[in-house]
Design a protein around this ligand. Structure first.
Ligand code: SN0
Length: 317
């Protein structure tokens, strides 16, 4: 694996799930692997779980870690090729990223969608420039269109908590006060449709995700119908893809409540966090024994450790 930015970077998905379970059983087994190697974590957006779980994973592998927040601490970066740099932007992305490549053996990057320009977001402008100029493996810490480490952790969580041979997994849109990216649901679909599950997406009209992710997946506009008999309910808000970045509704009847959960087969509740309580999900549901949100967050460590270990050259026999 050269970079880890999307599902297709993983060779054998089933094997990666097994490897994550092995890492979880003995997180320090490969502590010598990262010796004298440096992981750089670079953020253009806020982070809690991703930053700390990746740091913890890196420590388990004996990696050195350097972290920088570009929004507040870095120079403003110029991204245009051939720009005459006589404005506010002090440094060109090719120089900055080239330098980062000198200091790091692996680079983790977080660069959210700006939700203004669909093409720019889905062409992954920032991520592509890091891949182009760094000269070292890039680990996506959530890009404009995907969040692979989250989905890898979610896949592990689903596989650990499945009690059925082919569980029904429902990805449900939920209301939110702000416009959020499609990255988490895109990746969730991209990964989970490759598991032995019945995957259904439910959302109000106008919230269809890009077909490059949802092709072949059932979409149901009636949330109650979708939730009926579910084994896993994954709630997430996203802004419209077709009316790019827009909030079309904030209908609170889509909130995952105890009533909604009664329609399910005693389903487990999942969310990537951070979550708007009593908007996306009621306190009663997220605080119930059915909630897997902390298990998902814990599994972020093993997903990150799997990715770092694989980028470092795979498991030693
Ligand atoms: C991000 C998202 O992509 O939806 C990160 C999720 C892991 N979430 C947010 O930006 C939430 C911000 C908010 O105001 O609730």
């Amino acid at each position: 694996m050269k970079h880890f930015t999307q599902f297709s970077d993983i060779g054998d998905f089933q094997e990666s799930l097994k490897e994550m379970k092995k890492i979880k059983e003995d997180p320090f087994a490969e502590h010598a692997r990262g010796k004298h190697k440096t992981l750089g974590l670079f953020f253009f957006n806020p982070s809690l779980r991703t930053r700390l779980s990746t740091q913890k994973a890196a420590q388990n592998l004996g990696l050195n870690i350097i972290v920088m927040n570009f929004t507040h601490e870095g120079w403003q970066l110029e991204t245009a090729e051939g720009a005459i740099m006589n404005g506010d932007k002090a440094e060109h992305v090719k120089d900055a990223v080239g330098v980062l490549g000198q200091y790091c053996d692996i680079i983790g990057l977080r660069s959210f969608a700006n939700l203004k320009n669909l093409t720019q977001d889905y062409e992954e402008e920032t991520l592509s420039q890091f891949i182009k100029y760094a000269g070292v493996p890039i680990l996506s810490l959530e890009s404009a269109s995907r969040h692979p480490l989250q989905s890898l952790a979610d896949a592990l969580t689903i596989s650990e908590h499945s009690t059925q041979p082919r569980p029904k997994v429902v990805l449900s849109w939920a209301p939110h006060p702000r416009a959020l990216p499609q990255a988490v649901p895109n990746s969730f679909v991209e990964f989970i449709k490759n598991m032995e599950v019945e995957l259904i997406i439910t959302h109000p009209e106008g919230y269809a995700l890009s077909e490059q992710f949802t092709e072949g997946v059932r979409i149901e506009y009636d949330q109650d119908k979708a939730l009926t008999g579910a084994d896993f309910v994954y709630a997430k808000n996203w802004s419209s893809f077709t009316q790019y970045g827009q909030i079309l509704t904030q209908d609170l009847s889509w909130t995952i409540s105890e009533e909604k959960m009664k329609l399910t087969q005693n389903a487990k509740f999942m969310h990537c966090l951070p979550v708007r309580r009593n908007v996306v999900v009621s306190d009663a549901v997220i605080d119930s024994p059915q909630s897997l949100v902390l298990a998902q967050a814990e599994n972020r460590i093993y997903a990150a450790q799997w990715a770092l270990q694989t980028l470092l050259g795979g498991l030693s026999k």
